[in-house]
Every structure is written in structure tokens, then in C-alpha cells.
Design a protein around this ligand. Structure first.
Ligand code: NIG
Ligand code: FE
Length: 411
């Protein structure tokens, strides 16, 4: 292969690379390396001793002084646009009430729905921006943001528009997910099928028509939607050419992951109660298992996701913040890396794969994000660390040194 180094704009020298091109098996590490960027893409990478000649007068040379480069991080599951907060429910849970009890008593998701409906686009934007900024400052360059706190056409669209505005405000790739089937709004109490009809026949067509979403999600659970209702939403999504994903097997096993596999879903998320049949179906459908240790921690769950079986069947595991006001009020990706290891017993390489290559796959971005590889987007984080495991080992001190998006320095 001939290398056209005259097209390079930037070259990192004196760096170590965690390329994340080997899935969760290893960091894909290259020590004493270099990496070149051309037109926002990675043009070359390898051992420093193999670095082709280039014109140091026209290329910007960045001396990494032995720091590590990883792909920009991917947070593939968030609900970070919402009104208000639920600290009151946190107190109730500390006094012994469960997440389900609070939801059944009219709290939970629907209490955030009231606050979100009341908020203007500008107010939602102002509330979400610090959460997104915090993640971005920790190296996140791609993120998913769900609707699901509007639960009517106007307010679901309002949330998705705010998510779009966030993408204009910060140099972060944002994938938007329509989650109209997140909970039953109070005006449809006792009429879940009518609400699902509204989701399928009014909300989803409007969202698709205005191009406001990249995927469709359903909360399939006893306190959410049944398997049959979930399937109705998935069928409607398919009609509109939108990929699906699912909140499944979080509090019980309804078989949501297997259903999602039938629809070639991108991912199944939470999955503490997932069984081997579901795992096999996910593998056959090339799905990602998205683990959300923040929600597990915050709800003080005890049922661990089936990591051993996921490994055995080689289902890629992503990790995400699930940033939301009820079950994971957390906008900290380093904490998720740490909890992925301490709570879910992932190896640091598995955890890092969870927020890079596998997170990108969960968003349908596996051919351009989440790896340091030639032709991939030059979304690159430079870290003040001596070994990649440090990214999972500590939190509280931000190890991010610099962040590049499409080859441009943004942090
Ligand atoms: O991913 N499981 C459903 N949805 C969110 C929680 C939303 C909320 O409690 O506000 C989750 O955990
Ligand atoms: Fe969620």
C-alpha cells in the first residue's frame, strides 16, 4: 500500500495507542507509536519506527510525551434530556420503598414526564448541557440520547429537538432514539393498548417524517410494556425503516431480548435477568449487550447480568451511563468503567471496549467510531496515564489531557 503522507494534516508522535481493534480481548495496544490524520480520518498508525517520512513544515506535529491515545469514548445509552430531578424518590428508596413501588404509586418515570412537559425547549437544553459537557470533558465524543419523558407527540418531539440542539452546541456525535413507549402517561391510565396505538400510528410516523430519530426503543417490563405491545412498536419502527433496541430483562425476564433479536435490534440493554436462550438469540442477530452498572448500583440491585454466558457466546458487551433522573443520575463515564469492573467483574479491557468499539456497534457506528484504525473518524482522546487500566481504576481526577474530534482539538 502506498502511503500519501503529503495529505496528512496532523501527526501524533511519542504516543502509546490502545486501538481497541481486538474487541474485548485486549487493548490492541501499540507502544512507542505514531498516528497520522488526514481530512478528519485516521490515515496511518503504527510503530514510531515505521512512521513514513512526512513534511514537518506542512504537518502539525503533536508530541504526546509518552501519553496514551484511545478512541473518543462512546456513551451508547442515555436519557440526559429531562426536566426536574427525583431526589425525593431517592430519599423514599433509602427509607425502604422500591423502584417498582414508587412507579406504581404514580412516581417514577411519570413524575419526570410532568416536569419535562412543563419545561420549554430552552429550559431542557440548559438542564442537559452541563450533563453532556461533563461527559464530553471526560472524553465522550459520541452519545445516544433518548426521548421518553414527553409521552405525547408534542413533548416527545420537543425532547428530540433539544437533543438535536445539543449536537449543534458541542462537537459530539449524537444519535437520537425515540422512546415513546417508556411508560404509560397518566391520561392513558388503564388504556395501555390505546397508548401503544398512539405511539405507533401518530408519534412514530411524525418523528420519522421530521427525521428526528435514528432508532426506536421500548421499555419492555412489568412496569413498562408487554412483549406484545413491544412487538407492535417494533413492527411500526420497521415500517418506517428505523432500527430498534430495547430496555429488557432489567427487573424480570419477559423475553424482550429474544423478541428484539427477531427484529435485528442494535442492542438489548440492562439485561440483569437475561437467560441463555436470549443470549443465543442476541448472538445470532449480531446484537450488543448494553450493561448499565449505574442503574444496578443506584437501585441497589443484586441480580448480576450473565457476564459469563455473554462471554461464552461472544456477545459484545457495551457499558453506558444510562444518565437519567430516576435510576442512574450519573454523568460520569469513568465511574461506569470502574463499576463495570468492580460490580460486574469485567476486565479493564472489556470495560474499555464497552465504551469504545462495542459502544459504537450499539449505535450502528462500528465502521467509523470506537477504534483507532485507518479510515476511521479521527475522534481521539489523549490520556495522562501510564497504562490503559488506569482509566477503569480511578475516578474523581480527570485523566483526559486532550480530545480531538474529526482531527480537530476540542478539549
Ligand atoms: O434506563 N428502565 C427504564 N428507563 C430508565 C429509567 C428511567 C427513570 O426512572 O426515569 C432506565 O433505567
Ligand atoms: Fe435507560
Amino acid at each position: 500500500m502506498t502511503i500519501n503522507s503529503s495529505a496528512w494534516q496532523t501527526v501524533f508522535i511519542n504516543v502509546n495507542l490502545a486501538t481497541m481493534t481486538d474487541g474485548a480481548n485486549s487493548y490492541g495496544a501499540i507502544a512507542n507509536a505514531a498516528l497520522a490524520i488526514s481530512d478528519g480520518k485516521i490515515a496511518w498508525l503504527g510503530k514510531a519506527t515505521d512512521l513514513p517520512e512526512y513534511d514537518a513544515d506542512t504537518v502539525k506535529v503533536i508530541d504526546g510525551q509518552g501519553k496514551w491515545l484511545t478512541p473518543g469514548l462512546v456513551d451508547c445509552h442515555t436519557h440526559l434530556v429531562y426536566g426536574g430531578n427525583r431526589a425525593n424518590e431517592f430519599e423514599m428508596r433509602l427509607q425502604g420503598k422500591s423502584y417498582q413501588e414508587i412507579a406504581n404509586a404514580g412516581g417514577g418515570i411519570v413524575s419526570t414526564v410532568s416536569a419535562t412537559r412543563k419545561a420549554s425547549e430552552a429550559e431542557l437544553f440548559a438542564a442537559a448541557l452541563p450533563r453532556l459537557t461533563a461527559l464530553h470533558q471526560q472524553g465522550v465524543t459520541s452519545i445516544e440520547i433518548k426521548s421518553g419523558y414527553g409521552l405525547d407527540t408534542e413533548n416527545e418531539i420537543k425532547m428530540l429537538k433539544v437533543a438535536g440542539q445539543l449536537a449543534e452546541a458541542l462537537p459530539v456525535t449524537i444519535k437520537r432514539t425515540f422512546l415513546g413507549a417508556h411508560a404509560l402517561p397518566h391520561e392513558y391510565k388503564g388504556k395501555p393498548d390505546e397508548y401503544v396505538d398512539l405511539v405507533c400510528n401518530e408519534m412514530l410516523p411524525q418523528v420519522a417524517k421530521e427525521n428526528l430519530a435514528d432508532a426506536v426503543d421500548v421499555f419492555c417490563e412489568g412496569i413498562g410494556f408487554s412483549l406484545a405491545q413491544t412487538e407492535q412498536v417494533f413492527a411500526a419502527a420497521k415500517n418506517h425503516g428505523l432500527p430498534v433496541k430495547i430496555h429488557a430483562e432489567q427487573l424480570s425476564n419477559l423475553g424482550g431480548s429474544e423478541l428484539a433479536a427477531k427484529y435485528n435490534a442494535l442492542s438489548s440493554d440492562h439485561i440483569e435477568f437475561l437467560d441463555e436462550a436470549g443470549i443465543k438469540a442476541m448472538k445470532a442477530a449480531d446484537m450488543v449487550a448494553v450493561l448499565l452498572p449505574g442503574a444496578f448500583y443506584f437501585l441497589r440491585e443484586t441480580q448480576l447480568p450473565p457476564m459469563e454466558l455473554l462471554r461464552k457466546h461472544q456477545v459484545p458487551m457495551a457499558i453506558a451511563t444510562d444518565s437519567n433522573p430516576g435510576s442512574s443520575p450519573i454523568s460520569n463515564i469513568q465511574l461506569m468503567l470502574n463499576m463495570g469492573c468492580t460490580l460486574f467483574r469485567l476486565t479493564p479491557a472489556e470495560a474499555l471496549a464497552g465504551v469504545t468499539c462495542h459502544g459504537a456497534k450499539a449505535l450502528g457506528l462500528s465502521n467509523k467510531k470506537g477504534q483507532l484504525a485507518v479510515g476511521f473518524d479521527a475522534d481521539i482522546a489523549m490520556w495522562n496515564i501510564e497504562q490503559p487500566a488506569e482509566l477503569c481504576y480511578q475516578f474523581g481526577v480527570n485523566p483526559l489531557n486532550e480530545l480531538y474530534v474529526a482531527g480537530k482539538k476540542v478539549v
